[in-house]
Design a binder for this molecule. Structure first.
Ligand code: SF4
Ligand code: SF4
Length: 348
């Protein structure tokens, strides 16, 4: 039988359809909080293999032009990309590793901050569920860095990818870490084009810092409440659907100070909740357009803002500066003057 090496895993993973594969040793997670530490999922784990697949640039075309939302939600946001296109090859790769006699824990990237308060089941272990901070795992595996926007950036695709992982007891040499600042150019395009002002400017000095080996990585301390309002359907500047269903709306996401959880509670209730059918609003939904996106989108979630600043403006800039490797023949992604709706919605 062949020896299982990093090269063989990489070659096989690419063949299965993954675009990114990096290797971290477990030691790189030594500063991780207990509830985000892979050793607490698999105590014998020696290596965390972080894998990713690109988000299509074209996935955002409809939102960029203001004409189609469902494609991004269905394929590229929490849709097929996260629930099928990555998990399928990831699972095959985990099977491949186990065929060599190493245990391979397939890891689905949950949301660490959404953990309910539960007591630990065993002494010296944290309570369930343990979730990796998948972007930090991506840094540990040498795949890229976190940009100022808090979005994970790689040299190949800039901000356009989603990540999952495998934790295994196979021991391999970790990939080298990416030097901080080698992808994010601190251009502030993400800050300038974020509709809800969720990303503080570098001059505000509001940032998060972590140290992995000898490198210090830092990024903006994002206002997650404002971002969630724009992303999940509480911001009329990016949602034509609010304009249809909420005449008189006067909520400016830029001025709100919700926590992330409060913003979710607000947006999801409005976006997916039902209301009586009337002549004025015959659909039976509070915001019909959002409800349809959530209904049609694979994986349960839906995206309205479509990462206007933190992804679309970011890769537009990084492509222009030739920082990212994937090139497109048709020129810049942002081809026309961009749209933003007024936050006040006219009545009638
Ligand atoms: S737009 Fe991208 S490259 Fe520019 S500062 Fe933001 S994260 Fe960094
Ligand atoms: S998803 Fe939208 S609201 Fe959130 S940070 Fe990115 S651009 Fe701003």
């Amino acid at each position: 039988m062949k020896k299982l090496t990093k090269e063989l895993i990489r070659e096989t993973g690419y063949k299965f359809g993954l675009d990114l594969i990096g290797f971290a040793n477990i030691e790189r997670f030594k500063n991780a909080p207990e509830r985000m530490n892979p050793k607490n999922i698999f105590p014998e784990g020696k290596t965390v293999i972080v894998v990713g697949k690109r988000i299509l640039r074209g996935g955002w075309r409809g939102i960029e032009e203001g004409t189609n939302w469902i494609s991004y939600t269905y394929f590229d946001y929490h849709g097929l990309l996260n629930t099928f296109f990555i998990p399928e090859p990831l699972y095959q790769l985990a099977c491949f590793i186990e065929d060599f006699g190493y245990e391979a824990v397939p890891y689905y990237p949950g949301v660490p901050e959404a953990q309910p308060p539960v007591k630990p089941l065993r002494k010296n272990f944290p309570p369930p569920d343990v979730h990796l901070a998948i972007r930090i795992a991506g840094i540990c595996a040498g795949l890229g860095e976190i940009g100022w926007s808090k979005v994970f950036l790689t040299k190949k695709f800039g901000p356009r990818q989603r990540l999952h992982a495998i934790i295994t007891d196979l021991e391999v040499e970790p990939d080298p870490l990416i030097k901080p600042g080698s992808i994010c150019k601190r251009c502030m395009e993400c800050v300038n084009d974020c509709p809800s002002y969720a990303i503080p400017h570098i001059k505000e000095n509001k940032k998060i810092q972590i140290k992995i080996e000898d490198y210090v990585y830092e990024w903006a301390d994002i206002h997650l409440g404002k971002c969630t309002l724009s992303y999940h359907g509480g911001d009329s500047r990016v949602s034509p659907f609010i304009h249809k269903d909420f005449p008189g709306w006067n909520i400016d996401a830029r001025k709100q100070d919700f926590s992330e959880e409060t913003a979710y509670k607000f947006c999801w209730t409005l976006s997916t909740g039902r209301w009586r059918k009337t002549e004025e609003f015959p659909s039976g939904y509070i915001i019909e357009g959002h409800a349809m996106l959530q209904k049609w989108g694979e994986g349960g979630s839906f995206g309205i803002c479509g990462s206007r600043g933190c992804m679309r403006s970011c890769f537009n800039y990084l492509e222009k500066k030739e920082v990212i490797e994937q090139r497109f023949k048709g020129g810049e992604f942002i081809k026309r003057k961009r749209w933003l709706l007024p936050y006040k919605v006219k009545k009638g």
